[in-house]
Design a protein around this ligand. Structure first.
Ligand SMILES: Nc1ncnc2c1ncn2[C@@H]1O[C@H](COP(=O)(O)OP(=O)(O)OP(=O)(O)O)[C@@H](O)[C@H]1O
Length: 304
């Protein structure tokens, strides 16, 4: 467990009704996942504190989504355990909200308000409670004025905000996000990242966020876990992001962290490309950056 994020104590899940909408501690302990004979991830251990924002970074195809799916209860580990506030994850659970990359997950035939009220409705909340929750979470994502529109009448960024509101309206303790802004244009993505930081702070939930984007991870995360190239991917290193919020990407400490992450992930990407028989020597895009004026590189937790 050298790469593990050490969580505080993990209180019993029995308290969850009192703390609904607040974060839960997540423990990934020695998790192996296989698809038939294919070994996707190997011996992954991570302790994520209640209310923490953890980003998972790594080369394409290393197993980030697979790990997230296991946390969501969609995929069963071959070995090891996944627990939320000490309770094993055995299948999908309303306490574990999943936000997908594509906003196609929304129900096109329901209005925005009905989409957000869907979870509370399924959980037997009264009409008044459904309306109040939809109003609250649409307000949080700044879309109260769109409540009566249908998803097709919204932009991609707005649809993603509806998806986030719909997940949060269930008051999950843990929100799992799989490249939620990956399909957005650069400007919308930047606004959504800033919004996400605000929404997370307002909701208090634990977030596990998969991304390819180093800058996005630095902007959002309390800690960043970097995965090795697959197959049999594991956690290579965990970086604490000790930067004040809101984050300033031009902060020298942020630039230094970015350089370390690029180097760390670049090594894994080159390894993956070599395994695929590609020549990576000429890949200048992935070459580690050298900026002597930035001083010594920041390192992952276990190197400190
Ligand atoms: N249901 C499945 N059956 C077989 N193999 C799978 C299955 N799901 C994922 N894999 C394989 O597991 C590996 C990890 O896939 P995964 O989607 O988790 O990677 P990723 O890091 O999220 O990739 P990307 O960053 O490109 O989205 C890949 O080699 C993928 O082909």
């Amino acid at each position: 467990m050298t790469n593990a994020i050490k969580a505080a104590t993990t209180p019993a899940r029995a308290e969850k009704t009192d703390r609904s909408g607040h974060g839960a501690a997540v423990r990934v302990d020695g998790v192996d996942i296989r698809f038939g004979s294919f070994h996707a991830v190997r011996d992954i251990s991570l302790d994520i504190a209640a209310g923490e924002f953890l980003c998972l970074l790594g080369p394409s195809g290393c197993g980030k989504s697979t790990l997230l799916s296991a946390l969501a209860g969609f995929v069963r580990p071959h070995q090891g355990s996944l627990t939320v506030d000490g309770t094993p994850v055995t299948g999908p659970d309303p306490e574990l909200g999943m936000v997908f990359q594509s906003s196609e997950a929304l129900f096109d035939w329901l209005t925005v308000r009905q989409n957000v009220a869907f979870g509370p409705r399924m959980r037997g909340r009264s009409r008044a409670e459904q309306a109040a929750l939809a109003d609250e979470y649409l307000g949080l994502v700044g879309l109260r004025h769109c409540a009566d529109r249908y998803p097709a009448q919204l932009s991609g960024g707005m649809r993603q905000r509806v998806q986030i509101a719909r997940v949060l309206a269930n008051k999950p303790q843990v929100v799992l996000m799989d490249e939620p802004f990956g399909a957005l244009d650069a400007q919308t993505r930047q606004v959504m990242q800033e919004e996400m930081a605000r929404i997370w702070q307002a909701s208090g939930c634990t977030v596990v966020f998969v991304t390819h984007d180093i800058d996005e991870a630095i902007l959002l995360a309390d800690r960043i876990a970097v995965m090795t190239a697959g197959p049999a991917a594991s956690v290579k290193s965990v970086y604490p992001v000790d930067l004040p919020r809101p984050r300033d990407e031009s902060d020298p400490a942020a630039l230094e962290l970015r350089r370390s992450l690029r180097q760390d992930i670049g090594e894994e990407v080159r390894k993956a490309l070599r395994d695929q028989g590609l020549d990576t020597e000429r890949d200048t895009e992935l070459a580690p950056e050298r900026s002597p004026e930035l001083g010594p590189e920041s390192g992952p937790e276990e190197e400190r």
